[in-house]
Design a protein around this ligand. Structure first.
Ligand SMILES: [Zn+2]
Length: 249
């Protein structure tokens, strides 16, 4: 009888430890691709096939600077930065992703977009052309309180994790509420943005600084920031943006 009890006890001990191991064993998280809605084959929000299908800019053709493209240079006439690196034109799925990040709090989209931008920089071997410091385009403090986060800062923070660049989201503040400029011309935007930014404290800035944004339309906002940086001794300014709104012509 004692032998049977001991056997049953051993069995339950073995079964118990097996069950605990199974419960504690890390499960492979199945990630669904955001575009094709199939299980993603690389544990990312985007499967390999959909990633390869994305229409992104060929930065090698423009020597790592989209301002070398005549059509884009014509589209951005009065700018105060010297280099432009963008992931893709502002169209599906990027436009949809940017909206979801901005208004639906899909923070994982910020990570995805930053990773795609990093992959593009690496693919086109632009590491040598990167700035030392990344600054996101700030939003007005009141808007930040309402929205709770700045999508450009989320992207910049993620870029810093993967690129050899420092990051500072509190160096420049926005002192006027000029974020909503949809439908305004470049000249109107430039007028509204005059003096919109200021440095929080006097500081020594590196020679090459990057400004990070989600979408570049007329370049007026980043140019106003760039003017401020130039006044404080910065020699070269690179804009890193996820999307670029292309002219219709
Ligand atoms: Zn897919």
């Amino acid at each position: 009888m004692e032998i049977i009890n001991s056997t049953i006890r051993s069995f339950f001990q073995y079964f118990g430890s097996w069950l605990v191991k199974c419960l504690l064993k890390p499960r492979k998280f199945i990630q669904i691709c955001d575009l094709c809605l199939q299980p993603s084959d690389n544990h990312s929000l985007l499967c390999r096939t959909c990633q390869q299908d994305l229409a992104t800019f060929n930065l090698t053709l423009v020597k790592g600077n989209l301002l070398n493209h005549p059509k884009i240079a014509r589209h951005l006439p009065q700018i105060h930065f010297q280099q432009l690196i963008c992931l893709a034109p502002y169209q599906w799925p990027f436009a949809s992703w940017v909206q979801q990040l901005k208004y639906q709090q899909r923070f994982e989209i910020g990570q995805l977009l930053a990773k795609l931008l990093v992959a593009q920089i690496t693919h086109h071997q632009l590491e040598q052309q990167l700035p030392t410091l990344l600054l996101p385009v700030p939003i007005h403090p009141q808007r930040l309180r309402e929205r709770q986060y700045n999508q450009a800062a989320l992207i910049a923070k993620e870029l810093e994790r993967h690129l050899p660049c420092a990051y500072d989201e509190s160096l420049i503040i926005r002192q006027s509420k000029t974020e909503q400029q949809v439908g305004q011309s470049g000249a109107q935007r430039r007028r509204n943005l005059h003096g919109a930014f200021c440095l929080v404290k006097p500081c020594h800035l590196p020679a090459h600084v990057g400004i990070v944004d989600d979408v570049l339309t007329t370049g007026a906002t980043v140019s106003e920031m760039a003017k401020l940086l130039t006044q404080h001794g910065v020699k070269k300014i690179t804009v890193l943006s996820v999307c670029l709104t292309l002219p219709n012509d």
